[in-house]
Write a protein that binds this ligand. Structure first.
Ligand SMILES: *[C@@H]1O[C@H](CO)[C@@H](O)[C@H](O)[C@H]1NC(C)=O
Ligand SMILES: *[C@@H]1O[C@H](CO)[C@@H](O)[C@H](O)[C@H]1NC(C)=O
Ligand SMILES: *[C@@H]1O[C@H](CO)[C@@H](O)[C@H](O)[C@H]1NC(C)=O
Length: 422
C-alpha cells in the first residue's frame, strides 16, 4: 500500500510504477516521472532531494532530468530493479521520508491531469512483427483464401519488417489522413488521393533497454534482461495504400504516416506476476527460439472508437496479449540472431493482437471483413476510420485486488492535406 490514494480501478498502483516523460505549465522542461494513482512522482525532484542516492550505478540527478528515458534504460536491469525497489519503499504507507515531508511532497507530486506527456524515448529504430497467428490467418484468408492462409514460413520464424521511427508519436497526438496511390477499380491503373480504407491495429510494443554489439547475437535466455518495458501501440494502417504497394518488399507508405504509443512504459518486472504459457508452438521452433519457460503475458486489451459526431466511446475489440504466438523474447532473439545490433530505445511492435473470436479481432479490416460488414457505433456506422474519429486503446492485467495497467493510447484522425493546393 502507498500513502498516495490509489483507487482499486486505477491502472497505476504501487505494484506498477511505470516510467514516462512529462512536463508542466510551471516547468516546461520534460523530465522523468513515475505514475502512481492519478499522480506523477517527479523523479528529478526526488533525485535532487537525495532520496535515490542509495542506488548504486545510478546518477539519479542527471538521469531523471533527461527529456527521454534512454539514459536510464541504458543502465541495465540491476539498476532498474534497484530503482523499482527504492521507489516502492519510498512510496509505501509506512515510509515517513516523503510521506511526512509536506514541502517536498508539494514539489514531488504532480497531478496527471496537469501534466503533458511526451514520447518516452528517443526511438532510433522501429521494427514491427506479425506475431499473432489469428491475425495472420484472418488476413491470409482475405488476401489468399482459406487454403494457404498462413505462409509456411510463418510458423518457423517471427515475421517482421523495419518500420519508420520518425513518425512514432505519443498518445494524444492528432494524425493526418495519408494521401497515396490506391487501386479504385480492380484491374485499372491506380489513382491518387486520401486513403479511403484507414484502419487501426491493436498492438503492444517493447522498448529495448540495453542493446548488443554488432555481430554478437542475443540469446533467448538473456533476451528478457534487454527489454526495459512495454507500451500499447496503434499501428495506423491505410489498407488501400498498403495492398497496392506491399509486394514484394512489405509495408511502406501505408504504415509510416503515424504510429501511436501510450506514454507510460510498464516494466517487465511489474508484468512478471501475469506470465502465462504462450500458445503451443507446432512445429517446434528451431533450438535458438525454443523456450521452456512461460513467456506469454495475460494482458487484457481493448479498442474503443468515438466516431466523429458521436459523444462517447464504443468498445469494438476485446483481446488479450496471451494470444500472441511469438513471444517478445523470441522476437528480440530472432531480430538479433544474425548479429543485427539492437540499441537502447529501439521499439519493437508485436503486430496486431487478434484472438480466436470475432469480437477479439484487433483491426477494422478483420472486424468488418475487409469492409463487407459495418460496425454500429451508437447509430453511427463505420467500415473504416473517418475524419474526426478517435481511437482509444488500453490494456490491463487483473491482479488480486489491484490492476497493473497501461493507461490510454489515443489518437484522432484529421482530414488529409489537399494536394492540389500545395
Ligand atoms: C484519499 O481519498 C479519501 C477518500 O476519497 C479522501 O478522503 C482523502 O482526503 C484522500 N487523501 C489524499 C491524501 O488525497
Ligand atoms: C524509505 O525509502 C527510502 C528510499 O527507498 C529508503 O532509503 C529508506 O530506508 C526507507 N525508510 C524506511 C523506514 O523503510
Ligand atoms: C514464405 O513462404 C512463401 C510460400 O512458400 C513464399 O512465397 C514467401 O516468399 C516466403 N517468404 C515470406 C516472407 O513470405
Amino acid at each position: 500500500m502507498s500513502f498516495i490514494n490509489v483507487s482499486t480501478d486505477s491502472h497505476f498502483p504501487i505494484q506498477n510504477l511505470p516510467f514516462g516523460v512529462f512536463s508542466t505549465a510551471e516547468k516546461t522542461s520534460p523530465r522523468v516521472g513515475v505514475a502512481i494513482g492519478d499522480q506523477i512522482v517527479d523523479l528529478s525532484v526526488v533525485a535532487e532531494a537525495g532520496l535515490l542516492d542509495g542506488v548504486s550505478g545510478l546518477n539519479a540527478k542527471e538521469v531523471f532530468s533527461q527529456s527521454t528515458l534512454n539514459q536510464y534504460m541504458s543502465l541495465g536491469k540491476p539498476v532498474w530493479s534497484a530503482v523499482r525497489k527504492a521507489l516502492q519503499s519510498l512510496l509505501s504507507a509506512d515510509n515517513a521520508t516523503l510521506r511526512d515531508n509536506a514541502e517536498l511532497r508539494a514539489k514531488a507530486f504532480v497531478a496527471q491531469s496537469a501534466a503533458k506527456m511526451h514520447l518516452p524515448a528517443e526511438i532510433g529504430d522501429y521494427t514491427d512483427f506479425y506475431a499473432s497467428k489469428e491475425h495472420a490467418t484472418n488476413v491470409g484468408i482475405m488476401f489468399r483464401g482459406k487454403e494457404n492462409a498462413l505462409m509456411p514460413n510463418w510458423t518457423h520464424l517471427p515475421v517482421g519488417y523495419h518500420g519508420r521511427a520518425s513518425s512514432v508519436v505519443v498518445s494524444g497526438t492528432d494524425l493526418v489522413r495519408p494521401n497515396g496511390q490506391r487501386v479504385a477499380v480492380k484491374g485499372e491503373p491506380p489513382v491518387f488521393g486520401p486513403s479511403v480504407r484507414l484502419d487501426y491495429e491493436l498492438e503492444m510494443a517493447f522498448l529495448v533497454g540495453t542493446g548488443n554489439q554488432l555481430g554478437e547475437p542475443i540469446s533467448l535466455r538473456s533476451a528478457k534482461d534487454h527489454i526495459f518495458g512495454v507500451v500499447v501501440m496503434n499501428d495506423w494502417s491505410a489498407r488501400d495504400i498498403q495492398s497496392w504497394e506491399y509486394v514484394p518488399l512489405g509495408p511502406f507508405l501505408g504504415k509510416n504516416f503515424g504510429t501511436t504509443i501510450s506514454p507510460w512504459v510498464v516494466s517487465l518486472e511489474a508484468l512478471e506476476p501475469f506470465l502465462v504459457e504462450q500458445p503451443k508452438q507446432e512445429p517446434q521452433p528451431l533450438p535458438y527460439l525454443k523456450d521452456n519457460e512461460k513467456a506469454g503475458y495475460d494482458i487484457n486489451l481493448e479498442v474503443q472508437i468515438k466516431p466523429s459526431g458521436g459523444s462517447e466511446y464504443h468498445t469494438v475489440t476485446r483481446s488479450n496479449l496471451k494470444y500472441m504466438y511469438w513471444s517478445f523474447k523470441q522476437q528480440l532473439t530472432h531480430h538479433a540472431v544474425n548479429g543485427c545490433n539492437m540499441r537502447t530505445g529501439d521499439l519493437c511492435g508485436s503486430g496486431t493482437i487478434s484472438g480466436p473470436t470475432e469480437d477479439s479481432f484487433g483491426s477494422l479490416l478483420e472486424l468488418t471483413w475487409s469492409g463487407q460488414k459495418e460496425l454500429d457505433l451508437g447509430g453511427i456506422k463505420r467500415k473504416f476510420i473517418e475524419d474526426g474519429d478517435e481511437v482509444l486503446m488500453t490494456g490491463f492485467c487483473q491482479g488480486d485486488g489491484y490492476i497493473v495497467g497501461f493507461g490510454d493510447c489515443v489518437g484522432k484522425i484529421l482530414p488529409a492535406v489537399n494536394y492540389d493546393q500545395l
